[in-house]
Design a protein around this ligand. Structure first.
Ligand code: SF4
Length: 489
């Protein structure tokens, strides 16, 4: 899905960023005013649409609770549901492959495509294949992958990276998209304008040839039904339907957590997902397939079940709820941090609040230690999440794990750990705490802001506490503490 209605801007805005730690990447992104305007415009539009259609559903909170319960049941009994799915898919003529990690999944898919003799594949938008870097793996094997979702196509032609789960080219405006099409799209009309309808028509003409000639398609899956072996993709453009029906061979790469126990569970999720993701009551295209059928759709179907850190995530009792995620991206659209930095700053396939909790768990927190801190803990993500993932509590839990890892590498406590231990000691004793609050008032009297160059400049603390005030204002202690006020009143 893409938004082509964004205001125009100079070409080159929203350039690809490398995977620096979040604080450094965010600082650069924040300096890009056009990026922030593009993001505010797009996320604001989707937020308003979502809010309008969610308010129409009187039992929205009950649906959220039901979805959370269904997903928790799946996670608690994942082994049973997975073997049930495998059996049903095989019964209906499909082939099931198990991939422990990204390299195993890439090897399986590359070999399957090579066995068909095809050097080209068409792709339905899929987070799982992005997660494993499938396009690069195929390219290294001499196989060209064509993204067919419009926003993914823009990203691919622009040699860029997606910056949003649902709207991968959210950081691009329509002038940039026109320029990318003119430079990279074979057969495009030289007089192409940045009118959204003209851009969509150019993409349609370009993709039509790919749909009609491709012999292999690769997709992800939004859901898989364990008791029937049915796979499902929901989308807005019809490109998915073309990929899932026209080629002879279909390969689906799916994270092992995408299961639902039975067909009836879709009643819950098909109400929650479109409203939370695109702000629509229904998805324009909902495609389901069960194995293969002679004379109808692909004659060969392969399902690659991907672990890639999911069973390790499952082992963490407090972190495993992240596997409930249905990738609707509602949490990105309400996040004040995401809206200002965009997705590239997260340096991860999964940006925004869900990326901040999922990516460190899939890779191990040691490989992604800055992401759990990429949040204000305002709680907006939890409020909108259709499967009720308590992202703020999970962020605090993961911050704890990062700090434990940090402490494990030091014989002496880090300055942060020492500060927290001192605060904990002070807060545990009523007299100590009262005395400290009075001392803070003395600090106010001593005008800490005189430490800075002028009274209007930010108040800075001396090292090592300066690392905290470098990016935050030091609040001025109140003239009267609550305890004094209470005693007085
Ligand atoms: S965490 Fe919740 S709101 Fe965010 S993408 Fe996943 S399901 Fe959607």
């Amino acid at each position: 899905m893409t938004y082509l209605g964004m205001p125009t801007a100079p070409a080159g805005v929203g350039q690809l960023r490398g995977a620096e730690p979040f604080p450094a990447a965010a600082e650069t992104a924040l300096a890009n005013g056009q990026l922030r305007r593009n993001l505010a415009n797009a996320t604001g539009t989707i937020r308003a649409k979502r809010a309008a259609v969610v308010s129409e559903v009187p039992d929205w909170q009950e649906l959220r609770a039901a979805a959370a319960a269904i997903k928790d049941d799946v996670l608690a009994n994942l082994d049973g549901y997975l073997t049930q799915l495998e059996a049903r898919v095989i019964e209906r003529g499909g082939v099931v492959h198990w991939a422990r990690d990204a390299s195993e999944a890439n090897r399986i898919v590359t070999e399957l495509v090579a066995a068909t003799g095809s050097r080209e594949v068409v792709k339905v938008k899929s987070m799982a294949t992005q997660e494993i870097g499938l396009n690069q793996a195929l390219e290294e094997a001499g196989i060209q992958a064509f993204e067919t979702d419009l926003a993914e196509l823009i990203v691919q032609l622009g040699d860029d990276r997606p910056s949003h789960i649902l709207v991968p080219a959210i950081h691009r405006n329509r002038t940039e998209i026109r320029d990318i099409f003119l430079a990279e799209m074979a057969g495009v009309q030289p007089g192409l304008t940045d009118d959204p309808a003209a851009l969509a028509e150019a993409a349609r003409t370009y993709l039509r040839q790919k749909f009609l000639s491709a012999r292999v398609a690769i997709s992800g899956a939004n859901f898989a039904i364990a008791d029937t072996g049915t796979l499902m993709v929901v989308e807005s453009e019809g490109n998915g339907r073309m990929c899932l029906t026209l080629p002879q061979t279909l390969i689906t790469v799916m994270g092992i957590e995408k299961l639902l126990p039975g067909f009836a569970d879709l009643e819950v999720f098909l109400q929650l997902l479109p409203r939370s993701s695109t702000g629509e009551r229904m998805n324009p295209y909902t495609s389901m397939w069960t194995g293969v059928h002679p004379g109808d759709g692909p004659s060969e179907f392969h399902l690659v079940l991907l672990d890639n850190g999911r069973t390790a995530t499952l082992a963490d009792e407090r972190g495993r709820a992240a596997l409930r995620c249905i990738r609707c991206s509602a949490c990105l659209n309400v996040c004040p941090v995401y809206e200002r930095t965009g997705g590239h700053a997260y340096g991860s396939v999964y940006p925004g609040p869900i990326g901040a909790v999922l990516s460190p768990q899939l890779t191990g927190v040691a490989d992604n230690p800055s992401l759990p801190f990429a949040s204000t803990l305002c709680g907006a993500c939890y409020d909108v999440c259709p499967v009720a993932i308590d992202i703020p509590s999970m962020l605090v839990h993961l911050r704890g794990r990062v700090n434990e890892d940090k402490a494990a590498g030091h014989r002496l406590p880090t300055p942060e750990a020492a500060g927290m231990a001192a605060a904990s000691w002070a807060m545990r004793g009523r007299r100590r705490w009262t005395w400290l609050l009075r001392a803070a008032r003395l600090g106010r009297w001593a005008r800490l802001d005189r430490l800075s160059k002028s009274r209007t400049a930010r108040r800075l603390l001396p090292p090592p506490l300066s690392s905290w005030t470098r990016s935050r204002d030091l609040p001025e202690p109140p003239a009267q503490t609550f305890r004094d006020w209470w005693a007085e009143q």
